[in-house]
Ligand binder design. Structure first.
Ligand code: HSE
Length: 437
């Protein structure tokens, strides 16, 4: 059988990794796919550099030339961005091609439209590389767990943030220094605010929630809070209390609706997830029949991401000639059974909290604080008061609460901040036990 012909959009970190992995493992990949996979042409911004890297591939500057080329069977989109990428993918589908993409932003924001068009054209859109780099989480959620009712997912799904938090904790490095290191190592997004402000994680969470719960993409409803406001002090206090701070993407099905949230989270240091350090990603899935399962691995980088792209290429190659009705649905559930579910606002979310307050060191202050918490039925689980230095009048108090509704914590914070004995803003970080029962 003739090889399947690929048109590559982008020859950056992931594009190059894809070429390298396909070349190096060509024999095994062909034996698995049942036919060869050949990169027929590629679109790149720097033609000379691209030609130098892949002299056997036809390189063009205009990505539309790849998408419109009649010899291309599958378009691999690893150029990123929203436009013209959205237009390129829709055009590829409308001209009868299949698509493999690593573009989480595009899928989270325009996936509903893209999958609808794919449905009409009978095209496949594969996107394993869009979530957690090389970790096969899409395949796991979509195929491996089809017997289960998925209850919740909690993931470290942004390598750059995890790298920054790990280095701040272990080496006491500053936020800015570590961010620069992550950029030099090629982990960060073109716009690093996507990494540190939780937007990249929110894109990935949107995709996982859609597949886990059979609902359309709802990126606009994800509560997103990044790590840029975290201080070394909070990382250290959390450690003293037996916790680590991770940027988590969490989605949970409750009787009232689905939670969709990305924020820094204290998790017990004894959990496997707490020990996932550096650029590594990890996704913990709680499903009713299986229980909890943790997938961990590189969430970024050239060859790890290429591993997911090439796995998709093999899948699409195998299913290329199959009747669209017999393929695995894009979002795990048959399109006609996808349904809207209420998405909970943060006010409605139930979780536990870490609070850090700077208080005036005098009698009765703690009583004022605990009265406010008691009035709002917030129960304290642990407390730490730092010894003041000889000259200081203000001391840090750290409290961990039991589970409560976020609305109550917010009300308590407003009342506590109004006390004269409290200085400045109260730091509030959410806390999850990741209890697997
Ligand atoms: N910038 C992403 C991260 C990599 O740091 O995890 C690809 O999603």
């Amino acid at each position: 059988m003739n090889p399947v012909r690929i048109g590559l959009l982008g020859l950056g970190t992931v594009g190059r990794g894809t070429v390298t992995v396909l070349r190096r493992n060509q024999d095994d990949i062909t034996r698995r796919a049942g036919r060869g996979i050949e990169i027929r042409m590629a679109a790149a911004r720097n033609l000379a550099k691209a030609q130098n890297f892949a002299s056997d591939i036809e390189i063009v500057a205009d990505p539309f030339k790849v998408v419109d080329h009649p010899d291309i069977d599958i378009v691999v989109e690893v150029m990123g961005g929203i436009e013209p990428t959205r237009e390129l993918i829709l055009r590829a589908l409308r001209s009868g091609k299949h698509v493999v993409t690593a573009n989480k932003a595009l899928l989270a924001e325009h996936g509903n439209e893209i999958f609808e068009v794919a449905q009409e054209t009978g095209g496949m859109v594969a996107f394993e590389a869009a979530v957690a780099g090389g970790i096969p989480i899409i395949k796991t959620l979509r195929e491996g767990l089809t017997a289960n009712r998925i209850e919740w997912i909690a993931g470290i799904i942004n390598g750059t943030s995890n790298f920054i938090l790990s280095q701040m904790r272990s080496d006491g490095k500053t936020f800015d220094d570590v961010l620069r290191m992550a950029q030099d190592l090629g982990y960060a997004e073109a716009d690093p605010t996507f990494d540190i402000e939780g937007v990249d994680a929110a894109h990935k969470l949107t995709i996982m929630a859609a597949i886990a719960f059979g609902m359309p993409m709802h990126f606009e409803s994800v509560y997103t809070e990044g790590i840029s406001q975290l201080t070394g002090k909070d990382i250290q206090y959390a450690e003293e209390l037996g916790y680590r701070i991770k940027l988590l993407g969490i989605t949970r099905r409750t009787s009232e609706g689905v939670e969709l949230r990305v924020h820094p989270t204290l998790i017990p240091a004894k959990r496997l997830m707490a020990n996932v350090e550096g650029v590594m990603n990890a996704v913990l899935v709680k499903a009713d029949a299986l229980g909890a399962t943790l997938l961990c691995g590189p969430g970024a980088g050239s060859e790890p991401t290429a591993s997911a792209v090439v796995a998709d290429l093999v899948d699409v190659t195998r299913m290329h000639t199959a009747d669209p009705e017999h393929r695995v649905p894009h979002l795990a559930f048959q399109p006609k059974y996808l349904c809207e579910v209420p998405i909970l606002s943060m006010d409605q979310v139930r979780t536990a909290y870490y609070l850090r307050l700077s208080v005036y060191d005098r009698p009765g202050v703690l009583a004022d604080i605990t009265r406010i918490l008691a009035d709002l039925e917030v129960s304290i689980e642990a407390m730490l008061q730092k010894e003041p230095s000889a000259s200081a009048q203000w001391v840090d108090i750290v409290m961990l609460t039991h589970m409560t509704v976020e609305k109550r914590i917010n009300a308590a914070i407003v009342r506590m901040e109004a006390l004269e004995s409290i200085s400045g803003k109260i730091t509030r970080i959410r806390m999850e036990s990741l209890d697997q029962d």
